[in-house]
Design a protein around this ligand. Structure first.
Ligand code: PEP
Ligand code: CO
Length: 464
């Protein structure tokens, strides 16, 4: 990626903001660490460790997101609901990368535009919980808040928040991002060799034929271009890959918030693209305070309970100068609610002339319990929400510029339906998620294909 020029000095700095100014606000979803000295020592150590990403990567992503908002790119954001320390393994990282690369290939082919690839990984370790405490068999313990905070095992030792876990999360994020960068720099994402991305069981998938037709079409087009120009097509041997996570655990985020030479302001250098979850989007809350001061592109989850007024005030606080690429809104309404809840928000944001990128998370509004007690999502609802989202944006004259998914490259059975028509009984076979159910490899690929079909059906929303 080309390195952006330093931006001029004296830009409007956020008023009365410091990396720790959030501490004067109510911070939802934070653990209570029993040992304040240990916490403070750990944060000092974290603050002295190298960052995970650079400001120029962050600014390059911000530019790409601005282009996505204009209909020149499409954002694919995906990964686990909750990364576990145990997922920091080469096979898991590679498989997740493969799925995202395959999906992006399908999208590039159908949408005829570049795809911005953003993983929900290398830092997606903190989880919001509906209750601070969990009760099992009459015993009450603090809830599991993700591996960056405590352990999932139901015993009092595991559930005590341990600041050292922030150091482990930082290290594992670094290991993950380093491996992804090495794979990509080593040619893993080379479009001339998409066979690198095949998972072993792709050949048995009902979707394999369609996928291989797409790959074949792209290979033909590349050979044609190379024959015409008489030289290999450049820039097809590597791709940009960015990271994102919910910036929930504010002491951790603060420790990775840094200034860099020849740039003004502050960057969260723990990820390229942090987002605010639905449960921490209060206007007077600590998360909104923290986010308003960093220069990263940021996103906010927008659920069915968000009012027009709340959303418009968030836009004012988080993007006061209406800068392109700064703010992404991730709507996650649920298949049942989207037709009622989304249009007033689209209308209001359009009326304000706010420059935002709208993307759809069809996962979090569609969680339900299966007949045999699993937290699951039905592929039909996920599909329904995506298709409705495209239609509702088209009707409102706004643009759906991306998709946010929980997925894995593993052969899990956590969501039902899809090409293999998984049932509730199949959930018993390979349910591994410790938090939300993810699309498996085939369901993820199928989702990319259905987005491609829907997009083509609607014509070119970018021309609207
Ligand atoms: C999530 O993305 O895992 C999440 C908790 O989402 P939301 O804030 O939309 O509920
Ligand atoms: Co989730």
């Amino acid at each position: 990626m080309s390195r952006p020029q330093p931006t001029p000095q004296v830009v409007k700095l956020p008023q009365n903001w410091q990396p720790d100014s959030w501490r004067a606000f109510n911070a939802a979803q934070q653990p209570v660490y029993p040992d304040a000295d240990a916490l403070s020592r750990t944060l000092d150590e974290l603050h002295s460790l190298p960052p995970l990403v650079t400001s120029w990567e962050i600014l390059s992503l911000r530019q790409q997101l601005a282009e996505a908002a204009e209909g020149k790119r499409f954002l694919l954001q995906g990964g686990d609901c909750c990364e576990n320390f145990a997922y920091c393994r080469p096979d898991i990282i590679t498989n997740r990368l493969k799925v995202l690369l395959q999906m992006s290939l399908v999208l590039v082919h159908a949408l005829r535009m570049p795809v911005v690839r953003v993983g929900r990984f290398a830092g997606q370790y903190a989880k919001p919980r509906s209750s601070d405490m969990e009760v099992r068999g009459g015993i009450e313990l603090p809830s599991y808040r993700g591996d960056i905070v405590n352990g999932p095992e139901f015993n009092s030792e595991a559930r005590i928040p341990d600041p050292e876990r922030m150091i482990s999360a930082h290290s594992r994020s670094g290991l993950t991002i380093n491996f992804v960068r090495s794979l990509i720099d080593g040619g893993f994402a080379d479009l001339h060799h998409p066979e690198n991305w095949d998972l072993s069981w792709v050949t048995h998938s009902p979707l394999a034929d369609e996928y291989h037709r797409i790959v074949g079409g792209i290979a033909d087009a590349m050979r044609f271009m190379e024959t015409l120009s008489g030289e290999p097509a450049h820039n097809l041997d590597r791709v940009d890959f960015f990271t994102s996570h919910e910036a929930l655990l504010l002491p951790y985020e603060q420790a990775l918030t840094r200034q860099v030479p020849r740039q003004w302001g502050w960057f969260n250098l723990g990820t390229h693209f942090p987002w605010i979850g639905m449960r921490t989007a209060a206007l007077d809350g600590a998360h909104v305070e923290y986010f308003r001061g960093i220069r990263n592109p940021i996103a906010v989850k927008v659920g069915p309970t968000m009012s027009v007024d709340h959303l418009l005030r968030l836009l004012e606080v988080l993007n006061p100068d209406n800068e392109a690429g700064r703010l992404t809104l991730i709507h996650r309404m649920g298949a049942q609610s989207i037709a009622e809840k989304l249009p007033p928000l689209l209308e209001a944001v359009k009326r304000e002339g706010a420059r935002v990128l709208w993307i759809c998370d069809p996962m979090h509004g569609n969680t339900e319990n299966s007949s045999n007690g699993y937290k699951t999502r039905r592929f039909g609802n996920i599909r329904g929400e995506i298709e409705d989202a495209f239609d509702l944006h088209a009707a409102a004259g706004t643009r759906l510029g991306g998709i946010h998914l929980e997925l894995t490259g593993e052969d899990v059975t956590e969501c039902t339906g899809g090409a293999r028509d998984l049932t509730d009984v199949d959930l018993e076979r390979a349910y591994h998620s410790t938090v939300d159910p993810r699309l498996n490899y085939e369901q993820a690929l199928e989702t990319a294909m259905l987005i491609g079909r829907k997009y083509q059906q609607l014509g070119q929303p970018s021309a609207r």
